[in-house]
Design a protein around this ligand. Structure first.
Ligand code: SF4
Length: 336
């Protein structure tokens, strides 16, 4: 059962300058993202810093208003709603309960003036899920579920380590029994020793509560570990999508191969990655290059690459790559 889909989702941020703050250009953070996520599925979104992956997550939960495209919310009865348009109050509330987000930095995402109890109970009260008498016991249960003592409910965020704060943020996000959690680099601000504990916790919760995740990370190892399906983003574009195993066994896009070849403990020879080196920085999203966005860094660049943006060609039935090298393999596209 589908939970959420996007069609050609786009987000540009205006650049303002001058006395009258006129718009002089745009940061094209996300160019066109089409995806869908179903019940119990984890989709990993991976790419270098600035590729648009966090913008995607924040646009889905409406922290950012999209510049174009659609976000379709599928409720648990199978109804579809375009949440980029105005929504009836009850649907908006249902969406806000169903789709939660965990942020990168637990030092910023928890209000330092609130106790842990108040932080966790806030969404429960906002959605009128429990009576006042029931809330304290439930907060205690949630804290235990994320590996903390119920007594911690009386304390404040500054009394905890980064890993513990992220556990509190996770307890808050699962408090309303969401169907989908968007995890935006949930471990990248934490000590390496704590990162795997948080990843394991997220996996245990997913298996227990049967949630779906959109898991955003620059760390390929973590995404590989967590995801059923993976989308690779580059300069605001999705350049490759495949099942996690297929993507890691048979990466098709030169950018994906370069990302994988840069992982120190993976043998590029064994993975047939031709050891492509990722050199230089991605171009500016203010003035992206014409054609394929990866062409200024791509060792396989052809004439067409700097002129025309490649379509997303099917490499196999559930594997696509936006690269001219795969035009001839596009069996599914040709037959359709
Ligand atoms: Fe490289 Fe061309 Fe493929 Fe872009 S379309 S990744 S430049 S070969």
């Amino acid at each position: 059962m589908k939970i959420l889909s996007t069609e050609g989702l786009r987000k540009f941020f205006p650049i303002k300058a001058g006395v009258f703050l006129q718009v002089v250009g745009y940061v094209r953070a996300m160019q066109s993202v089409t995806m869908e996520i179903s019940k119990g599925e984890t989709i990993g979104i991976v790419g270098e810093s600035g590729c648009g992956k966090s913008t995607l997550g924040r646009t889905i939960v409406k922290i950012y208003e999209p510049t174009g495209g659609r976000i379709i919310y599928h409720d648990d009865k199978g109804n579809e709603y375009d949440i980029t348009k105005g929504l009836a109050r009850n649907v908006r509330s249902k969406f806000r309960r169903d789709v939660q987000m965990i942020f990168q930095n637990p030092f910023d995402s928890l209000d330092p003036r609130m106790t842990v109890r108040d932080i966790i109970k806030e969404p429960i009260e906002a959605h009128n899920l429990l009576s006042k008498d029931e809330i304290d016991d439930y907060v205690g249960e949630l804290l235990m579920k994320v590996g903390m003592y119920p007594e911690y409910a009386q304390r404040y965020p500054h009394e905890f380590s980064g890993g513990q704060r992220q556990r509190i943020a996770i307890a808050r996000s699962i408090s309303v029994s969401p169907r989908l959690i968007i995890c935006d680099e949930p471990t990248s601000a934490l000590d390496v020793s704590v990162q795997s504990q948080i990843i394991n916790l997220l996996q245990e919760l997913r298996d227990e509560i049967k949630m779906s995740y959109i898991f955003i990370s620059h760390n390929l190892d973590v995404v590989h570990h967590m995801s059923d399906r993976i989308m690779v983003m580059y300069l605001g574009n999705v350049v490759e999508t495949a099942g996690a195993k297929e993507l890691f066994d048979y990466p098709a896009h030169p950018y994906t191969k370069a990302l994988m070849a840069s992982i120190p403990n993976w043998d590029p020879q064994e993975r047939k990655l031709q050891n492509i080196k990722l050199e230089g920085e991605p171009p500016s999203p203010i003035n992206p290059p014409p054609g394929c966005p990866f062409h200024p860094r791509c060792p396989y660049k052809m004439d067409i690459c700097s002129k025309e943006m490649p379509d997303s060609f099917q490499v196999s039935e559930s594997h696509s790559a936006a690269c001219w090298l795969h035009e001839r393999e596009d069996v599914v596209g040709q037959s359709g």
